[in-house]
Design a protein around this ligand. Structure first.
Ligand code: NAP
Length: 249
């Protein structure tokens, strides 16, 4: 796959981002591009991976736990003095038919994808820069097209719900000068796809009009664009980066 060009945020020196899912496929690309742009980063997640950069504060955070989310945002302010970009990427996919899904699995996926966003928004709102703060959530093409047994119903439903959560907050927070948007990727080449067989991957690829699985860097580039001044008039929008899989969003 062609390596994507890097995108840099301008005028971002001394700005601070908090990224969840920072050690995942898309998260690592986002953190790297933010650092290259001079942004300081609070990287949150549960992995042992570490970015070797003094401008990163690492925090172990389970995004489904309200006390851990609240603490992370407070530590961001204590450590770096501000919060400009809140980029919530942590998520988990499900699988299987709805009649075979346990309540526990449903609740775990919804907690990880949707309730975590509520917690991030609730506690992030209190501390994010006003005016000028930017929030990005991560949806999915499954949030438009209903998904399938490869995603499970809880994943598809929670990603749809995030779109309306973004619209809600866009209206509530516009008077504060906070923008909030969501990106909705189609398949992206990250560990999240490792669960699929070669046949499933080939079928997925051939279902994409552009015939290509996106790279994490492309998704990171879209996220940095939404954080940038080029998107100053964008709030409440859902950026469709699905390789043509979804055309009527
Ligand atoms: N890859 C795709 O095809 C695709 C397509 C559409 C949308 N997306 C969305 O893109 C976002 C990033 O996913 P990715 O593709 O980069 O996959 P990934 O590499 O699996 O990253 C997901 C990250 O979320 C973290 N996470 C899951 N549950 C968590 C929890 N309770 N607390 C804290 N962190 C948690 C994971 O950490 P652990 O490793 O510790 O579990 C992992 O680092 C997700 O929201 C996903 O739904 C991905």
């Amino acid at each position: 796959m062609r390596k994507s060009e890097r995108i840099f945020l301008l005028n971002s020196k001394n700005k601070v981002a908090l990224v969840t899912g920072a050690y995942g496929g898309i998260g690592r690309s986002v953190v790297e591009m933010l650092l290259e742009s001079g942004v300081k980063v609070v990287a949150t997640g549960r992995s042992d991976f570490r970015f070797k950069n003094n401008d990163v504060l690492h925090l172990a955070v389970d995004v489904t736990k309200e006390n851990e989310v609240k603490d992370a945002i407070e530590k961001c302010i204590d450590h770096f003095g501000r919060l400009d970009f809140l980029i919530h990427l942590a998520g988990m996919v499900g699988s299987g038919r709805i009649d075979e899904m346990s309540l526990d699995e449903w609740e775990k996926v919804v907690a990880t994808n949707l309730t975590s966003a509520f917690l991030m928004l609730k506690h992030g709102y209190k501390k994010i820069t006003k005016p000028g703060g930017v929030v990005i959530l991560c949806g999915s093409s499954n949030g438009y097209n209903g998904g399938s047994h490869l995603s499970g119903a809880a994943y598809a439903s929670s990603k749809t719900a995030l779109v309306n959560l973004v619209r809600y907050c866009a209206k509530e927070w516009a008077p504060d000068g906070i923008r909030i948007n969501i990106v909705s990727p189609g398949p992206v080449d990250t560990p999240m796809l490792d669960r699929l067989t070669d046949t499933e991957m080939n079928n997925l690829r051939s279902s994409l009009p552009l015939g290509r699985i996106a790279s994490p860097e492309e998704c990171a580039g879209s996220i940095l664009f939404l954080c940038s001044n080029h998107a100053d008039s964008m709030t409440g929008t859902n950026l469709n980066i699905s390789s043509g899989l979804v055309l009527d969003a």
